[in-house]
Write a protein that binds this ligand. Structure first.
Ligand SMILES: [Zn+2]
Length: 207
């Protein structure tokens, strides 16, 4: 295993900056010559890289840049499509991370329990609210979270959140302070660069 310091630099096809490849999104060509996102950076073949920023992905999709990087032609793809593919991979990864947090006993779920924990200053690192949460409950949770300095993000839906924490529908999931919540927050900041319009409470959010 190489350390962070030894990781090689790769050039973003969008902005052309050379960056630690750990900070870049990797792409490869599948057998049908489609550009696919290699989020874990493990797929075989020649790779191409961009920053996680949507502007870089859009720029990379233009003017044969991927073709030059792969040294062969590929199926046409729009910047929008590519950015959506990256966002989809990030959502899958985030869901995985919430599942991992749950397995390590680092999640609590349900608006009542989360509200109670916030009242007790119970050490939550981040709160995820289902995008289909009842607005009144969403407001209650986010305003108390703001008071406690805990960032909130609207992501997934009640059913998906419930499934990942092994319950029925859940519109609120809290991740306890610690390494799990830190990894999720880091991943969310990448996700935010891609989707831009993500709704989350800035209040108390430090990254
Ligand atoms: Zn870039």
């Amino acid at each position: 295993m190489s350390t962070a310091k030894e990781r090689p630099l790769r050039t973003c096809l969008g902005c052309r900056l050379s960056l630690d490849q750990g900070r870049l999104i990797r792409y490869v060509l599948d057998p049908e010559k489609r550009i696919v996102v290699d989020y874990r950076k493990k797929l075989p073949g020649r790779g191409a890289y961009t920053c996680a920023a949507k502007s870089c992905i859009m720029a990379a999709a233009g003017k044969g840049r991927f073709e030059r990087a792969f040294r062969e032609s590929h199926q046409p793809v729009s910047g929008e499509e590519l950015a959506e593919n990256v966002a989809q991979k990030l959502r899958e990864r985030l869901l995985n991370l919430v599942g991992i947090a749950r397995k390590s006993g680092c999640t609590i779920s349900g608006s009542n329990l989360v509200m109670e924990t916030l009242r007790g200053r119970g050490g939550l690192g981040i709160i995820i609210l289902g995008e289909d949460i009842a607005p009144s409950i969403g407001e209650k949770v986010t305003s108390r979270a703001a008071g406690a300095g805990v960032p909130c993000v609207y992501l997934f839906d009640k059913r998906t959140l419930g499934q990942v924490v092994g319950k029925g529908d859940r519109s609120v999931v809290g991740i306890k302070t610690g390494s799990q919540s830190k990894v999720i927050r880091d991943e969310l900041s990448v996700y935010k660069e891609i989707v831009g319009e993500i709704e989350w409470q800035k209040h108390g959010y430090t990254n």
